[in-house]
Design a protein around this ligand. Structure first.
Ligand SMILES: Cc1cc2nc3c(=O)[nH]c(=O)nc-3n(C[C@H](O)[C@H](O)[C@H](O)COP(=O)(O)O)c2cc1C
Length: 183
C-alpha cells in the first residue's frame, strides 16, 4: 500500500490501449468500498470510453481537461446530495480510492476538477458534463478521473520535508519529532 502511495503521480499521457474490463471492475469495486458519511454510499459513476464523448468531455474546462481527449477511460464521480450532507467529502474519498487502485493495477490516472470550474464559454463545468452525459440535474459532479496505461514516466516525489514543521503532537505549535533513522 505504501509503495502504491509513493509511486502514484498524475498521469496525463496514455498509451493507445484499452483498460481491461477486470481492471475496470477492480477500480469500481474499490470506489464502492470507500468510506462514506453515515455509510450512505451516496455515489454514482458514469464511465466513459467512447472516443467522441471523450473528445467532448475534454472541453469541460477551459484549461486542465484537454488531455482527456486521448484517455482510454474516464470515471465521472457523481453524488446525490439528497443522500449525504457532505457530498464533496464522500466523492473525494471515492475518487482517492479509484486513483490508488489504478496505480496498484499499473495504470496511470489524473483528477480533473469539475466542481466550481468553468468551460471556455463560461458555462459551469458541472452543467457541461451533466448535459453531455445525461446526468440528472439533482446530482453533483465533483471530478473526472482519467485512467489508462501511462505513456509518460514520472519519478516518485520527495516528501516535502518542510511540511514536517507543520505537523504537531498534542498541541498546535509543538512539533512532532521523528527518528531520522526510522524515516
Ligand atoms: C482537487 C484536485 C484537483 C485537480 N484538478 C486537476 C485538473 O483539473 N487538471 C489536471 O490536469 N490535474 C488536476 N489535478 C492534479 C494535480 O495537478 C496534481 O495532483 C498535482 O500537480 C501534484 O502532482 P502529482 O499528482 O503527480 O503528485 C488535481 C488534483 C486535485 C487533488
Amino acid at each position: 500500500m505504501l509503495s502504491v502511495i509513493r509511486e502514484r503521480r498524475s498521469i496525463r499521457q496514455f498509451q493507445d490501449k484499452k483498460v481491461e474490463p477486470e481492471k475496470i471492475k477492480d477500480i469500481i469495486d474499490s470506489a464502492l468500498l470507500a468510506p462514506s458519511s453515515k455509510g450512505n454510499n451516496p455515489w454514482q459513476f458514469v464511465l466513459v470510453d467512447d472516443p467522441d464523448l471523450l473528445k467532448k468531455l475534454s472541453d469541460a474546462r477551459e484549461y486542465g481537461s484537454k488531455f482527456i481527449a486521448k484517455a482510454p477511460l474516464v470515471v465521472t464521480i457523481l453524488t446525490d446530495p439528497r443522500e449525504t450532507s457532505v457530498w464533496v467529502e464522500d466523492s473525494s474519498i471515492a475518487a482517492s480510492f479509484i486513483i490508488l487502485a489504478a496505480r496498484h493495477l499499473n495504470l496511470g490516472s489524473c483528477w480533473v476538477q469539475i466542481r466550481d470550474r468553468f468551460t471556455s464559454q463560461n458555462e459551469t463545468s458541472e452543467e457541461y458534463v451533466k448535459g453531455l452525459l445525461n446526468i440528472p440535474k439533482d446530482l453533483r459532479v465533483l471530478c473526472l478521473i482519467a485512467i489508462g496505461y501511462p505513456d509518460e514516466v514520472k519519478p516518485e516525489k520527495d516528501i516535502p520535508l518542510e511540511k514536517l514543521k507543520e505537523v504537531f503532537l498534542n498541541r498546535y505549535g509543538k512539533n512532532i519529532v521523528f527518528n531520522d533513522n526510522i524515516r
